[in-house]
Design a protein. Structure first.
Length: 95
């Protein structure tokens, strides 16, 4: 849980299971608008429902993240463009 929120909200366990199996994750920018859009793109690919749409390995995912972060650093005087503002405070879900 990167945002402090569950990605799918429902009280029905069957509906929740179907959403997890069939529905793409909501955009992380919904709760973390300061993140660059590329982070959302990477998360969407990493959690794609169809295996062929996902990264082929954790190594590929890591390589992509490193490339994105390296580009962010190189573009602006060695400062990373990812916001240092705190994200939404984590609040445990109440079941």
């Amino acid at each position: 849980m990167l945002t402090g929120y569950h990605p799918y909200t429902t009280t029905d366990h069957t509906s929740l299971l179907l959403k997890q199996l069939e529905t793409p994750l909501p955009s992380i920018q919904q709760h973390c608008p300061n993140l660059p859009p590329i982070i959302d793109t990477i998360l969407q690919r990493a959690t794609a429902k169809t295996p062929d749409e996902r990264f082929s390995s954790a190594v590929e995912l890591t390589h992509t993240l490193r490339h994105v972060l390296r580009d962010a650093v190189n573009e602006t005087d060695s400062t990373v463009k990812i916001s240092t503002q705190p994200m939404v405070p984590f609040q445990p879900a109440h079941n």
